[in-house]
Design a protein around this ligand. Structure first.
Ligand code: ZN
Length: 357
């Protein structure tokens, strides 16, 4: 779908709507008028209710190496959003007008062998909403039927809009047992904070985390993390050896910090698991592989959300397990204030920022 820009459509047939877009290479973001997107076969049209701003959006705003190599402008951004279906395209069978849905950002060909094998989260045909195709920071968005995930009306719009990101945390946490377990979360960015709330709702015995920013330490306590260790003030391994002499049952790595892998291998119990979501700046990392082998530790890379198992688990957590992630929403603003949202994010003063449309 290309952008047809400009003011209201000259023939008056297609109403103009507002959208947040990257219009040209370089730092910045624009608020633009576009024609209301037209429905396509196999797709649904949403009236967007809320969107949540992700680190990926910040990369696009800043126009870093990754985004400048990947994004073709002009592009409507935003891959975390929710809304109500106002129109369905030809061939749509599982969604109807009036359904409240949230976006899954990975668009995968339905006949992709990776998806059919159950590995849709790493499918090679993946295109990202708001990156490779136009996203949902707009008054209306058209997305494939299967990417519009049914969401219970009881889930507040601010939370519904974050489910793509929340799903990363659900996928990581539920990669192994949580109930009755001791869990260490390394790094309390929004996904680490989500993971803390998830571990709490799943009945973890004791939740530990590492974090250096006071602002995030405070949010970590609010979501129910029992013990947050600041590596600038305490020796993390000594604290954990003291409090969990047998080792923790699981480590959820959310920081991408080089020290986190050796720490995880040292503090996990024999037979425990290490689930890796954080991306490391350097591709090559050094750690004691023999220790991992002799301890019989399982280490798993995590990306995206399992299609669609993670979404089912998330629905269950939100509707039946009392998962509460509202403390992590630190800012709510109108989408016309998108510049301000990025400024707050750049200062590191936010959990999740939710936009209303
Ligand atoms: Zn995201």
């Amino acid at each position: 779908m290309g952008l047809r820009l400009g003011s209201r459509s000259p023939n008056g047939k297609i109403p103009a709507v507002k959208a947040v877009a990257k219009m040209q290479p370089g730092r910045g973001i624009s608020l633009i008028d576009v024609d209301e997107p037209e429905i396509r076969p196999g797709c649904v049209k949403l009236k967007v209710d809320r969107g949540s701003v992700c680190g990926t959006d910040l990369h696009i705003y800043q126009w870093d190496e990754w985004s400048s190599g990947r994004i073709k402008t002009p592009r409507i951004i935003g891959h975390e959003f929710c809304g109500t279906i106002v129109e369905v395209g030809e061939g749509v069978t599982d969604r109807k007008v009036g359904d409240f849905v949230s976006s899954e950002s990975h668009i995968v060909d339905l006949d992709d062998p990776d998806l059919l094998r159950g590995d849709g989260h790493v499918a090679r045909t993946t295109r990202l909403l708001g990156v490779d195709v136009d996203g949902g920071f707009a008054e209306y968005a058209v997305i494939p039927e299967s990417n519009a995930r049914l969401t219970d009306d009881s889930v507040p719009g601010s939370v519904a809009s974050m489910q793509d990101a929340l799903g990363n945390a659900v996928h990581t946490a539920m990669d192994g047992p949580i109930e009755g377990c001791s869990i260490l979360i390394t790094g309390l960015g929004p996904i680490g904070l989500f993971a803390g709330a998830i571990c709490k709702s799943l009945g973890a015995k004791r939740i530990y985390a590492t974090e250096i920013a006071d602002f995030r330490i405070d949010l970590g306590h609010q979501v129910g993390i029992d013990r947050i260790i600041n590596p600038l003030k305490e020796d993390v391994l000594s604290v954990l050896k003291n409090e969990e002499p047998n080792g923790v049952d699981g480590v959820l790595e959310m920081s991408g910090h080089p020290s986190s892998l050796p720490l995880a291998i040292d503090c996990v119990r024999p037979g425990g698991r290490i689930s890796l979501l954080g991306l490391f700046k350097q591709n090559n990392q050094s750690f004691d592989l023999n220790k991992l082998i002799f301890k019989g530790v399982r280490m798993q890379g995590i990306v995206g959300r399992r299609l669609w198992e993670t979404w089912d688990q998330m629905h269950w957590l939100l509707t039946e397990k009392g998962l509460d992630v509202t403390p992590i929403v630190t800012h709510e603003m109108h989408f016309s204030e998108i510049e301000k949202a990025f400024e707050v994010l750049e200062r590191g003063e936010a959990g999740k920022i939710v936009l209303s449309f």
